[in-house]
Design a protein around this ligand. Sequence first.
Ligand code: PLP
Length: 425
Amino acid sequence: MMLTMKINKMNLEHKNKSYMIDNVSCKEIANNFGTPCFVYSEEAISGSFKKIKDIFCTEKRDVYYSVKANSNLTILKLLLNLGSGFDIVSMGELDRVLKIGADPKKIVYSGVGKSEKDIERSIKIGIHCINVESIEELKRISMIASKLKINAPVAIRVNPNIDPGSHEYIATGLNSTKFGINLNNMMDAFSFAHTEDFINLIGIDYHIGSQIETLEPFIEAVTSVAKIIKQLKSNQIDLQLIDMGGGLGITYKNNNVPSIREYGEAINKAIKDNNLEDYNIILELGRSLVGNAGYLLTKVEYIKKDSEKNYVIVDAGMDNLIRPALYDAWHNISCINVNKDAEEILCDVVGPVCECADFLGKDRKLSVQQNDILVISSCGAYASSMSSNYNSRPRPAEIIIKKGQAVIISRKEEISDLYSREIII
Ligand SMILES: Cc1ncc(COP(=O)(O)O)c(C=O)c1O
């Protein structure tokens, strides 16, 4: 009899004593591609995108995937083919989306530190919109656009001072952060943009934070922006575009989050309730499209029991997945060889990096033995894209499961890649 159990409602299944991602065995993937490695489910990514597309997208409403969540070219291409636009924050991200054939008219550019070169390039390629984060940036854009004699399309990113209830490092819509222009100064920014010759003020933008687990902050933000739009109208400033940012959370543990459907419906309702239906609207989702579609496979190198705690030392570390160290984030960890007679131990799952912050999970109960493979869930967003080479460790391979086949979409780095830019003098 086939025993099947869905884990965390994701694409990971415990089936016939083995762990499978979209019917491909994790053990096989680990054997074929080595560990650590990231594994993504194409089905899960397209499923999430199609859900928001069905509920939200129309001629006037688009989803622009936030590239920072996971910038692998195959994932970008998959989303492009499904109809996504892109939200970028650097020239590196711009190059990636241009490389996969994205139309600059479906790219928005956010970020607080755009250089003169960055601005010039984005104006020249005909980007859809620059989301402006300060009056100083606006002045710089105006100066560059006048020199180029090309109108620069801009939206003003406002900071509506709304608490999204997420970790302080990702609560971007509060006045205490560097993001957006606060409500006291935003009128000056809109007036300046409205009167400058080479600035084409097309919209208003906000992004209040990430891993938001309730709908209220999203609705509060729409209401707040509707008031600003009214105020602008009374000052003869008319906009066409509202960029509502991203931020929808995902399930990591047993946290309840609104589904993509519930989120899309709530946004649609808020748009209607606030009479914003005539505007072009963009959502910049990242995590909710890819987060639960990815896994990190890692091998147990040692089980160390001679300290105050038990340590399961694995071959992935904070260089591959920094979220536990940075945000105290919790990721589900399952051991593949669950049918062996290993005793269950209470342990910290840690990496080989020389930092006390190098942990992937604390106080976990695992039946685990040396050389077992662990599957770390919810590693599709802000995992590979936030990885580093700390301790001169090469970045792992990335694999996608496409129609029942495991396909490599990023090779493991060679150690020589790590110093290929360096010059010995
Ligand atoms: C400007 C902007 N837009 C969109 C996003 C995507 O957010 P999320 O991945 O939570 O949907 C971010 C990430 O924090 C962001 O900074």
